[in-house]
Design a protein around this ligand. Structure first.
Ligand SMILES: [Zn+2]
Length: 269
């Protein structure tokens, strides 16, 4: 398995076909359908296969691990994961892991249980993205436990299959989340740290490469091919944001970010 590493693990959120109104503060995460289709084409052209996270953890669990995997993950559980991303994944012959915020299921604009079951039936992996999406940095150990244990149980009860992977919600990570998630019985945890996944033994702090609305096509191609310069540049930007988060705290940082993004949204309109 070590021959698979370093491994790109991509982090997506929602896709848009332009028909939905997107909140300004969420807009940086929303990709157009055309951009996503083009990225799937770039992966295929580069000889990379979109893969579920659990296929890497346990090779052979859902078919043979193909050469040159690129793990595809989606956070939050937006309805477009099913309506827009799934058909393109199936068309490309790719699989992916969908981390769902279970407290949002059935509430627009997020997926219904029927849509989540449709993803599972199409050979996609379903993982947990917590129950309520509260920033882990603001939660106690017992709250972290409930967020991750309750969401896992709910998913397993509805889907009738084991849920073994999770991702940390929001950009406010809590280092206590990793042992909590491991003790509950998960087998891996994805976090927001920007890097290639280099150490196969590091399963409870799996870094990811965020794919955003403004990710240039050339950068996308270079980062999935493991270009360390692009990854280092992305990580540098993240370190600046982390410094601001530390200095301002969750509430003030969130308000500052919302203010800046809604200003940008007003200028665009
Ligand atoms: Zn999220």
């Amino acid at each position: 398995m070590s021959r698979l590493f370093p491994l790109p693990v991509l982090m997506y959120h929602d896709l848009s076909d332009g028909r939905d109104r997107v909140a300004d503060e969420h807009r940086p995460y929303v990709l157009s359908v055309a951009a996503f289709r083009e990225q799937m084409r770039v992966l295929a052209e580069a000889g990379l296969h979109g893969t579920r996270l659990d296929e890497i953890l346990e090779p052979g669990s859902s078919g043979p691990v193909r050469d040159h995997p690129c793990v595809l993950t989606f956070d939050d559980g937006h309805a477009s994961n099913c309506t827009l991303a799934l058909p393109l994944l199936v068309e490309a012959g790719f699989r992916a892991t969908f981390f769902v915020t279970t407290g949002w299921i059935g509430r627009a604009p997020y997926m219904s249980w029927g849509q989540i079951r449709a993803l599972a039936a199409a050979c996609m992996e379903i993982g947990s993205h917590s129950m309520t999406h509260r920033p882990p940095a603001t939660l106690t150990s017992s709250e972290l436990h409930d967020e991750m244990a309750d969401s896992r149980k709910l998913l397993e009860d509805h889907l009738g299959r084991a849920v073994v992977t999770a991702s940390s919600p929001t950009g406010f990570f809590n280092p206590r989340l990793a042992p909590v998630v491991r003790d509950i019985g998960y087998r891996a945890l994805c976090v927001g740290r920007v890097a290639l996944w280099t150490d196969p033994a590091d399963r409870f702090g799996i870094p990811r490469l965020p794919v955003k609305r403004r990710t240039p096509p050339a950068d996308f191609r270079r980062m999935v091919l493991g270009d360390r310069w692009v990854v280092t540049r992305l990580r540098g930007a993240q370190m600046v944001r982390n410094g601001l988060k530390m200095a301002l705290g969750v509430d003030r940082y969130t308000r500052l970010r919302q203010g800046l993004l809604s200003f940008a949204g007003r200028r665009r309109r």
